[in-house]
Design a protein around this ligand. Structure first.
Ligand SMILES: [Zn+2]
Length: 474
C-alpha cells in the first residue's frame, strides 16, 4: 500500500515536471524517446541476449548500426580497424556533438531477468554493467536530436560513437588513437547506476604491464646449480612491489597476478610472468610508480641471474570532470523529473536484494544534488577518461538497479534485462537529448564548457597508452 502511494506521488511529480518544460525542442526530445520507446526496449533486450564480450560484439554493434541507418544516419562501420566499432552521423557543420554508446558484456555472468540467481546459459557472458542499456539509451538521445535536425529546428552535427570493449582492451583508446574524437565540440556519456546524478567524480588513471622473466631450466634436484629460476625473480619482484607500497601516495593502487610460474617442482622454471596494474589519480602519478616498478623488475632479475622484459599492454587516463557540463546535466535531470516504479518492480527490487544477501533500501528515484569532486577518485578506471582528455566529456549516472546493488554481478544482469533497467535507460535518453538541445542552441554554454575542459586538463598531455597500430581484435 505504501509503495502504491509512492507510485502515485512519483507519477504526479513527473506530470508536474513535464508540465514545466516550456522549451518546445525539449518537449520534442521527450516525445521522440516515448515514440521509439518500444523499439529502444527491444534493442536493449536483444543486446542483453547477445551478451557479447570485449571486441566480440558483432551482433550487438550490427544491430545498433543497422538501427541508426534505418533512422537516416550515415553509418561508418569498422572504425579504427575495429570491426565492432562504428560511427553514426546526421546533419552537417558546427557544432559537432558526440555521444558514446557501449555494448560489451562480462564473461561468466549469464543470468535470467529474474529476482533469483538462475543462469540463462551455463558459462556464458552477461550484461553485469548494463552496457546493453548504455548503448541503446545513447542511441535514443541521438535519434531524438536527429529528428529535430531533420525538421530544421536544430543546426549542426550529431555523432553517435559505437564504442566496443570498455570492460577490457580499451576500445575507446584505439578509437581515440585513430583521431575519431578530434573534431568534436563536446561529447556526452552516461552509465547505468544505483543513483541518479550528474557525474562529478573522476576515475583512476591506470597502466597495465606484463613483467616477463626468462631464466635457464635444469633438474631441480639433479643439477640445480646449472639452473636460473625465473620464478625466483618473479617472487623477488612481487616482494619488492609489496615493499614499495609503503612509499607511494595513498591514492596509488597496485595489483598483480602470476600468469606463469613454472610447470612442475622438479624443473627449474625457465619462464615466469607477472601481470600488474598500477593506478593513481593522474597518469603523471602512475608514471612515477611505473618507473620504480621497472627498477624493481630489473633488480629482481639481477638477483636471480635471469633476463627481464617489462611490456606495457595498455593504459587509461582519469576522467576529467566538467563542472558547468555537470550542472547542465543536473538541471536537465530535474527538468525531466523522477522515474516511477510499479508495485511489481518494487517487489522485484526487494526480492533481488534479499536474494543477493544485501539489505533492501529501495530504488533511489530522486536526483542527487551536485557533489563536490573528490581530490582522489574512488577505485576503478574507464576508457571514457581518454576521450575526456581530447574533448570535453559531460556525463550522467541513471538508476537501473535497486540502491547498493552489487555491480558486475548477476543482480545487475537481471535488472538490465527488465523494466527497472529499461526505465533508467529511457530517462537517460531524455536527459541527454534535452542536454544536447541546450548544447546545440547555446554557444556561450559550449564556450564555458570548453574553457573548463582546458583548465582541468592543464599541462597533462594525452598520449595513447596502447602499443602499436593493430587493435587487439578477436
Ligand atoms: Zn560499465
Amino acid at each position: 500500500m505504501k509503495s502504491l502511494f509512492i507510485f502515485f506521488l512519483f507519477v504526479s511529480q513527473i506530470l508536474q515536471a513535464q508540465d514545466q518544460i516550456n522549451d518546445t525542442h525539449k518537449k520534442a526530445v521527450i516525445a521522440s524517446v516515448e515514440k521509439h520507446q518500444q523499439e529502444l526496449i527491444s534493442l536493449s533486450k536483444q543486446v542483453w541476449e547477445f551478451a557479447e564480450t570485449a571486441m566480440m560484439e558483432r551482433k550487438s554493434s550490427k544491430l545498433l548500426a543497422d538501427y541508426a541507418e534505418s533512422q537516416g544516419f550515415r553509418v561508418t562501420r569498422g572504425v579504427a580497424k575495429i570491426p565492432t566499432a562504428f560511427i553514426a552521423e546526421y546533419g552537417s557543420g558546427s557544432p559537432i556533438i558526440g555521444i558514446l554508446g557501449e555494448y560489451d558484456a562480462l564473461p561468466g555472468l549469464s543470468q535470467k531477468a529474474k529476482a533469483v540467481k538462475e543462469t540463462l546459459l551455463e558459462g556464458a557472458p552477461g550484461h553485469g554493467c548494463g552496457h546493453n542499456l548504455l548503448g541503446t539509451g545513447s542511441m535514443g538521445a541521438a535519434v531524438a536530436i536527429k529528428e529535430l535536425m531533420a525538421a530544421g529546428r536544430l543546426k549542426g552535427t550529431i555523432r553517435y560513437y559505437g564504442t566496443p570493449a570498455e570492460e577490457d582492451l580499451a576500445g575507446k583508446v584505439w578509437m581515440a588513437k585513430a583521431g575519431v574524437f578530434n573534431d568534436l565540440d563536446i561529447c556526452l556519456d552516461w552509465h547505468p547506476n544505483d543513483e541518479n546524478k550528474a557525474q562529478m567524480q573522476s576515475s583512476q588513471a591506470v597502466r597495465d604491464y606484463s613483467v616477463i622473466f626468462k631464466g635457464k631450466t635444469a633438474h631441480a634436484a639433479g643439477d640445480p646449480w646449472n639452473g636460473r629460476s625465473a620464478l625466483d625473480a618473479a617472487e623477488l619482484f612481487t616482494t619488492g612491489i609489496n615493499m614499495l607500497r609503503e612509499h607511494v601516495k595513498p591514492s596509488v593502487r597496485m595489483h598483480y597476478v602470476y600468469k606463469k610460474a613454472g610447470n612442475v617442482p622438479n624443473v627449474v622454471p625457465e619462464v615466469a610472468e607477472v601481470w600488474i596494474w598500477i593506478r593513481d589519480a593522474k597518469q603523471s602519478g602512475v608514471a612515477v610508480v611505473s618507473e620504480r616498478m621497472e627498477e624493481i623488475a630489473r633488480g629482481a632479475a639481477l638477483m636471480a641471474g635471469v633476463e627481464c622484459e617489462v611490456r606495457l599492454n595498455s593504459g587509461l587516463y582519469d576522467q576529467l570532470i566538467n563542472a558547468p557540463g555537470a550542472k547542465l546535466i543536473h538541471d536537465n535531470m530535474n527538468l525531466i523529473g523522477l522515474v516511477s516504479y510499479t508495485e511489481e518492480e518494487l517487489d522485484f527490487a526487494e526480492k533481488i536484494m534479499k536474494e543477493s544477501g544485501k539489505e533492501y533500501k529501495g530504488i533511489k528515484a530522486e536526483i542527487k544534488p551536485l557533489e563536490v569532486t573528490k581530490e582522489y577518485p574512488d577505485g576503478g578506471s574507464t576508457d571514457v577518461g581518454d576521450v575526456s582528455y581530447i574533448v570535453p566529456v559531460i556525463s550522467l549516472r541513471a538508476v537501473t538497479t535497486p540502491f547498493e546493488a552489487i555491480w558486475h554481478s548477476w543482480v545487475v544482469v537481471a535488472c538490465s534485462g527488465m523494466s527497472i533497467g529499461q526505465k533508467g535507460m529511457l530517462f537517460a535518453a531524455k536527459v541527454m537529448g534535452a542536454t544536447m538541445v541546450d548544447l546545440f542552441e547555446n554557444e556561450k554554454l559550449r564556450e564555458e564548457i570548453k574553457t573548463e575542459f582546458l583548465n582541468r586538463r592543464g599541462k597533462e598531455v594525452w598520449k595513447p597508452m596502447v602499443p602499436g597500430d593493430i587493435p587487439p581484435v578477436r
